[in-house]
Design a protein around this ligand. Structure first.
Ligand code: ZN
Length: 279
């Protein structure tokens, strides 16, 4: 087995997010040649969903890991078991490539708040000042990336599902190269602090008495991911007419506004708290 630092790069955990899939298909040699001191492995996480051009076949692979003890028979449960075995073969850093239909720009999502992950995000953030860091604590280890203590998700948008958009593909390649550059230099875990947007509260679409969604995202709120909210704000417009108001006493920041993948759960957006995390 290689003695080089081991890095697993997953694309297509969601089968309709083509950016990561095309990176697995077309850019392996570029990165392997550029970083000969890293043991890089590129993995298409959910090939059946990619064939179907859907987010998943039976269930969301990026939530399936929390149910492994239940021995479910879904395709994604089987893939999750295979992926977990692969991750556990030897210590590794995991990078999971995602896109969003929301106007989130370039983000890194970190679940395990250890010095190595946070130090890496700090260094990449300095090189890519337009990249924000999202904190998504994952105590149940439901995400693919959380199966290793060391890893981040790259989440870039806006891009529609099942397409390649130049800006988002090239941004993702840039962030991936930035992370691999830091990993190839070796992460020095000296103390520091990192500004992040930590997920705090999910906001669902309003419903009518039959449980159907009764409103859509307000034109003044669409695309306003990461824009500060305090006091009253108007995220929704009712189909029957009329703006709908919500209020927050704290200063919060919305993300995943109008994300296509969250329509089945009627999830409209997530509110984050801006935090400075010391490590
Ligand atoms: Zn995704």
């Amino acid at each position: 087995m290689s003695t080089l630092p081991r890095v697993l790069i997953f694309g297509g955990t969601h089968g309709n997010e083509w950016t990561g899939i095309k990176i697995v298909e077309h850019y392996q040699n570029y990165f392997k040649n550029k970083f000969p001191n890293l043991d890089l492995e590129f993995i298409l996480a959910n090939p059946e969903a990619f064939k179907l051009r859907t987010r998943y076949k039976d269930e969301d692979l990026n939530r399936a890991f929390q149910y492994l003890s239940e021995q479910r028979s879904s395709y994604e449960s089987q893939r999750a078991r295979e992926i977990l075995i692969k991750i556990n073969e030897a210590p590794c850093f995991v990078i999971d490539l995602h896109t969003t239909t929301a106007n989130m720009g370039n983000t890194l999502i970190v679940s395990h708040y250890n010095a190595r992950n946070l130090g890496l995000c700090t260094k990449v953030g300095k090189k890519y000042p337009l990249c924000r860091v999202i904190g998504a604590p994952d105590p149940n280890r439901k995400y693919l990336v959380s199966q290793s203590d060391f890893g981040v998700m790259i989440e870039v948008g806006p891009v529609a599902n099942n397409i390649i958009s130049a800006t988002q593909l090239e941004s993702t390649l840039g962030l991936l190269e930035g992370i691999l550059t830091e990993l190839s230099l070796g992460i020095i875990t000296s103390p520091g602090s990192l500004e992040m947007y930590e997920e705090k509260l999910d906001v669902y679409y309003p419903q009518d008495e039959k449980g159907n969604v009764s409103a859509y995202i307000h034109s003044g709120f669409q695309g306003k991911d990461f824009q500060k909210i305090k006091g009253k704000y108007r995220p929704f417009m009712a189909f029957e007419g009329g703006e709908m108001e919500l209020e927050t006493l704290e200063e919060l920041y919305p993300i995943f506004i109008n994300e296509a993948a969250y329509y089945p759960q009627q999830l409209a957006f997530t509110l984050c708290e801006k935090k400075l995390i010391s490590y």
